[in-house]
Design a protein around this ligand. Structure first.
Ligand code: NAI
Length: 328
């Protein structure tokens, strides 16, 4: 039998954790041949709830689940981690300014980055889900100088999947026949879902839609504000779809993108498309052999350019803010 892969999940007792852990344990993260050991990180008051979830995981008798450890210490939880899913974060509460939010999250992601640096496995892959995800990933990455920078990624796959679904509804083409959609920039309301390179049933998506008003006034805001719409409708933020996207992100990173397609991941910029180096920004990426590459040389048109630039400018502002706070 294969050696289990250590998967560390932070915020394990939260709502995304509850939707995520069972799918990891049943083999959806890494595939049906890979046993996993779960390492759950929670804050001390939530350890009991994490225990309860672990009891339920036991009760599923998942053949691939090799064990569950629970800790409130990042040093313990990230020890030997091959995959680290950073879900737990400090949410924005009423009256909280952006600076307060970044500072509170710095207090979480800086020590976690350091623990990953000091204790994770050499091949660790990190996905930050907890918001503000891109900048939290930046903070964790800067606290982990010994880990290759490209291993720190943030999640825009939920935005990508939301965009696929909206485009499918508009065109009547099933999601399985849509390729090459891109989310650019920040996982925030400024994100830019781009269909100009996308294909629906083999045809260019923008030409198939041929409706720039729909694009600007319906599609883009619907995708960008979907999180708020879910909260409004459900009375709680998206959890199962976020967990699903985290599974997709890591599964694609490990197992590769299909020939002729790509996905969206927020990854440290190498300067591509004018995105300042080091910002963790969403790009179109292909993956193979456990590594990703930013898709190069796409033409960026006059509709897309200012939208990408605006979201990237927001990321640059967030980087300045966390720099000023001494978090990076
Ligand atoms: P939740 O509040 O239900 O759970 C968060 C959990 O994290 C709690 O159990 C809390 O005790 C734990 N936690 C807090 N600080 C921690 C620390 N220092 N170490 C370990 N655990 C810690 O929240 P939910 O719904 O599970 O969402 C988690 C995060 O994911 C939020 O920041 C949310 O905004 C974000 N999110 C991101 C999405 C994306 O597309 N990137 C989509 C949806 C949510």
């Amino acid at each position: 039998p294969r050696t289990p892969v250590n998967v560390t999940v932070t915020g394990a007792a939260g709502q995304i954790g509850y939707a995520l852990l069972f799918r990891i344990a049943s083999g959806h993260l890494l595939g049906p041949d890979t046993p996993v050991r779960l390492r759950l990180l929670e804050i001390t008051p939530a350890l009991g709830a994490a225990e309860g979830t672990a009891m339920e995981l036991d009760d599923c008798a998942f053949p691939l689940l090799a064990g569950i450890d629970i800790s409130d210490s990042p040093d313990v939880a990230f020890d030997g981690a091959n995959v680290a899913l950073l879900v737990g974060a400090r949410p924005r509460t009423k009256g909280m300014e952006r600076g307060d939010l970044l500072e509170a999250n710095g207090g979480i992601f800086k020590p976690q980055g350091k623990a990953i640096n000091d204790h994770a496995a050499d091949d660790v892959k990190v996905l930050v889900v907890g918001n503000p995800a891109n900048t939290n990933a930046l903070i964790a990455r800067s606290a982990a100088p010994d880990v290759p920078a490209e291993r720190f990624t943030a999640m825009t796959r939920l935005d990508h999947n939301r965009a696929l679904s909206q485009l499918s509804k508009k065109t009547g083409v099933p999601v399985a026949e849509i390729r090459r959609l891109t989310i650019w920039g920040n996982h925030s309301a400024t994100q830019y879902p781009d269909i100009f390179h996308a294909e629906v049933a083999g045809k260019n998506a923008a030409e198939a839609v041929a409706d720039e008003t729909w694009l600007a006034e319906d599609f883009i805001p619907t995708v960008a504000k979907r999180g708020a719409a879910i909260i409004e409708a459900r009375g709680a933020s998206s959890a199962a779809s976020a967990a699903n996207a985290a599974i997709d992100h890591v599964h694609t990173w490990v197992n590769g993108t299909p020939e002729g397609d790509w996905t969206s991941m927020a990854v440290p910029s190498d300067g591509s498309y004018g995105v300042p180096e080091g910002l963790i920004s969403s790009f179109p990426v292909t993956t193979a052999g456990g590594e990703y590459r930013i898709v190069q040389d796409l033409a960026v048109n006059a509709f897309s350019r200012p939208r990408i630039d605006a979201s990237v400018a927001e990321l640059a502002d967030e980087r300045e803010a966390v720099r000023a706070l001494g978090l990076i």
